[in-house]
Design a protein around this ligand. Structure first.
Ligand SMILES: Nc1nc2c(c(=O)[nH]1)N[C@H]1C(S)=C(S)[C@@H](COP(=O)(O)O)O[C@H]1N2
Ligand SMILES: [Mo]
Length: 354
């Protein structure tokens, strides 16, 4: 039998970092499509999966609002909708590469995905309830809970009202043209484009408007940059995605034949738009401009490629760095922080030509 007939048996899987709760990342070279299929979308959870049903579901919006409301599934899904295509990256992505190493899920570079999310703007929901003067943050509570540092807690996050009112911040019910899957937040999840994944609360149950800064285990303990090992001095919250890039092909430590090969990968940024991507084949001494495959768009990654003729019997170090429209680029060395967030140092691989 022709071996190619067996292709359907051969398919990529996620890399399992843990199963209780489930934490799995994507082998970076399999992020081919601009819309990551659900089966290849990384999974990041703090607690066991909650189960919600449409029949018994309701969303409460309360706190510092003029009219508290309780909405059922159909009431939300019949509201005016918008679709947002955005990447989502865990703030712990590339944590495994910190030097010195840090504690936490040892993600390499695959805690990133890109999806199409359909939902109603949070600002539309808040125009129904009205918001009192002095409102500062919107708190989003997920249905999942568990024990953290000896206390039973829900997954909850606060978002400053300025960001919350951006129409691209949506309460979504569709992911890649289908109802959101149970693992990714069914029936509703918040989507906060431009911010690291922790802001996009899954299994959304309650929205609360408050007039003071929110504090909670996932706000003021986790998802905080602590620059020092032993003390909390200089800490600040994890918010927007830092400018970043990754090499997808070749793979690190791959052995290739001499001749022409394409180097390919992804580049992305939280607030600006990617303007250029550069490659170095000589340990960072000189940099060449890569080709961007599409026109870079806000909140989306851009695929890039660079073609090079490789000489036989040589080892190569390949580095990549990206630049964006608000003047950001990647540091040579990551900004070290105790919990290992936001590693965006220049990515590199080593390959050998036989
Ligand atoms: N309710 C809830 N929302 C959550 C989380 C969670 O554990 N519970 N994890 C957050 C983190 S840290 C990330 S990176 C993303 C991951 O989303 P995904 O599993 O759909 O890829 O969801 C965020 N939203
Ligand atoms: Mo995350």
């Amino acid at each position: 039998m022709n071996p190619s007939n067996h292709d359907f048996l051969v398919k990529p899987h996620l890399i399992t970092r843990g199963l209780r709760p489930e934490n799995q990342e994507t082998p970076i070279h399999f992020l081919e499509a601009n819309e990551t299929p659900i089966s290849l979308t990384y999974r990041r959870n703090h607690f066991p999966y909650p189960l919600l049903s449409i029949q018994s579901y309701f969303l409460t919006i309360k706190g510092s609002v003029k009219n508290r409301v309780t909405l059922h599934y159909n009431q939300i899904t019949s509201m005016p909708s918008r679709t947002v295509t955005t990447l989502m990256e865990c703030s712990g992505n590339k944590r495994a590469y910190f030097d010195p190493k840090v504690f936490g899920e040892q993600w390499t570079e695959g805690a990133i995905s890109q999806g199409n999310w359909k939902g109603v703007s949070l600002s539309t929901l808040l125009s129904i309830t009205g918001v009192n003067n002095g409102a500062r943050e919107i708190v989003f509570q997920g249905e999942d809970s568990g024990v953290k540092n000896g206390q039973h807690v829900q997954y909850e996050r606060g978002l400053p009202i300025e960001k919350a009112l951006d129409p691209n911040v949506i309460v979504a019910w569709e992911h890649n043209q289908k109802p959101i899957s149970p693992k990714h937040g069914f029936p509703f999840r918040l989507i906060v484009p431009g911010w690291y994944g922790m802001a996009s609360v899954k299994w959304l149950k309650t929205i609360r408007v408050i007039d003071h800064p929110f504090s909670g285990p996932f706000q003021t303990d986790d998802y905080v940059y602590y620059p020092h090992k032993e003390q909390n001095k200089g800490s600040f919250p994890v918010t927007t995605n830092r400018i970043n890039s990754v090499i997808q092909q070749p793979l690190d430590r791959q052995i290739l034949k001499p001749g022409q090969h394409q180097i390919t990968g992804l580049a992305w940024t939280g607030e600006g738009i990617i303007t250029s991507v550069e490659i170095s084949l000589d340990n960072g001494a000189t940099w060449k401009t890569a080709i961007l495959q599409d026109t870079p768009q806000k909140y989306r990654w851009v695929k890039w490629s660079y073609s090079h003729v490789f000489e036989k019997n040589q080892d190569y170090n390949i580095k990549v760095r990206a630049f964006d429209s608000i003047g950001q680029s990647q540091p040579d060395k990551a900004f070290w922080n105790r919990n290992g967030y936001g590693n965006n140092e220049v990515s590199q691989i080593n390959i050998q030509i036989e």
